[in-house]
Ligand binder design. Structure first.
Ligand code: RNT
Ligand code: ZN
Length: 413
């Protein structure tokens, strides 16, 4: 079957072997927070705030680091290719009495050991939500100095953790800031909170850290903060672009724009200015709902842009979804494998030839070819790839997840 597929692609000038080799080396950063509904391991952790929500009560949520690691290990054994793990500050593993503003790299040492054991890179996110020091939905843009200072310290300490990850693991670490500050209703003063956010960022980013990719994630609105987001797209685009010399860049989350805007369309725009473009690939349904990503048109278009822009090394693919209504390990596997399927489909397309058609105004040929490509047997190439990686193809992997579910997950209460 694969031989037939290989020949078919070759007739379009596409080398399936090269596509497989490239795919194997594209790292995907998988979000740890799908495993436990964004709760984390802090004492007293519970309510999720910041305008995001997990819905559903599927049994078996990981309740501690040991369980989360065990669950994640099963997931990555079913996911081919290179993987990274994306952590939040709230996932610290420590005996030390510490607060968000006093976290230290050592509080994440067990994650570094885990990453080394499994050949993973680590990315990091400060956690500006689910905490009593979030006052009226505000952190660094609060009118209260004490609140601002607390969260500025959290930002500064978080970058140290990312630096530690980069140093220990010999691969970059994305340190992504998503700050959910906003207002439920129309504010009287939009400028002051934004100036306070700007000043906080000036304090947090006081020098480049080798190996750390510092990124800022904007958002359009959140639940309970519907009317105003301090860190909007324009705010962060302007800030990141004007602090490019400090290594700052903008992260694109697929769920953080108006419903007719797509991040696939924005990638090439950012690549004109920024060296690196980190992503949170997510799936918004009616709002920023963070559904598990499907192999839908937008996912395919995101992958197409990464490949067609020749930006595999510049776009840092991270996932951001959290569905509590289905088996969480299956969610990781389905979402990550979909990202990889979309990349494979993109790698199996003759973009040079298509760009030439565009440049010679052959829009008819371009439409005809791109529609024909959809019917080519990419799934044969996918199955071959999984077989070579020693990973189960088809739906067979689900048996392993179901067995683990009855043996392990169902015993958690
Ligand atoms: C929320 C943002 C943010 C979070 C994670 C948990 O809308 O997308 O990235 O999902 O940091
Ligand atoms: Zn995100």
């Amino acid at each position: 079957m694969y031989e037939e597929a290989r020949k078919r692609y070759a007739s379009y000038g596409i080398d399936t072997e090269k596509a497989i080799e490239t795919l194997r080396n594209i790292p995907i950063s998988i979000n740890c927070w799908q495993g436990d509904d964004v709760i984390g391991f802090e004492k007293g952790a519970g309510a999720l705030t910041g305008g995001i929500q997990t819905t559903g009560s599927y049994p078996g949520r990981a309740r501690n680091a040991e369980e989360l690691m065990a669950d994640f290990s099963l997931a990555i054994s079913i996911i081919p290719g290179r993987k990274r793990l994306n952590l939040h500050a709230s996932y610290l593993i420590t005996e030390r009495e510490t607060g968000r503003d006093t976290i230290e790299p050592e509080d994440f040492a067990p994650w570094v050991d885990y990453a080394k054991r499994h050949g993973l890179g680590l990315d990091f996110n400060p956690t500006f939500f689910s905490h009593p020091m979030v006052k009226e939905n505000l952190t660094v843009s609060s009118p209260e100095k004490e609140v601002r200072e607390f969260w500025i310290r959290h930002g500064i300490q978080s970058r140290k953790v990312a630096k530690y990850f980069a140093d220990e693991l010999g691969t970059h670490s994305v340190c992504n800031f998503w700050i959910p500050d906003g207002f439920k209703d129309t504010p009287a003063d939009r400028l002051s909170p934004r100036l306070r956010l700007r000043d906080a960022l000036d304090r947090i980013y006081d020098g480049r850290l080798e190996g750390v990719v510092d990124s800022l994630e904007s958002k359009v609105f959140g639940i309970g903060v519907e009317s105003f987001t301090v860190g909007s797209s324009e705010f962060y685009l302007g800030y990141a672009a004007s602090h490019k010399d400090k290594g700052l860049c903008l992260l694109l989350d697929a769920g953080h724009y108006h419903p007719t805007e797509y991040i696939s369309e924005k990638l090439s725009a950012l690549l004109c200015t920024f060296d690196k473009v980190p992503l949170h690939v997510s799936r918004p349904v009616r709002w920023d709902s963070d559904h598990v990503i499907r192999l839908d048109d937008e996912l395919r278009e995101i992958a197409k842009e990464i490949v067609a822009c020749n930006a595999i090394d510049r776009v840092l693919i991270g996932l951001d979804f959290f569905d509590a209504s289905i088996n969480r390990i299956a969610a990781w596997v389905i979402g990550t494998r979909n990202m990889q399927k979309a990349l494979l489909i993109a790698l199996l397309s003759p973009y040079r030839q298509m760009a030439d058609m565009q440049d010679s105004y052959d829009y008819t040929g371009l439409l005809a070819l791109s529609e024909e490509l959809k019917a080519l047997p990419w799934s044969e190439v996918w199955d071959e790839y999984l077989a070579r990686e020693g990973v189960k193809g088809g739906i067979d992997w689900l048996d392993d997840v179901r067995a683990y579910e009855s043996e392990v997950l169902m015993k958690r209460c």
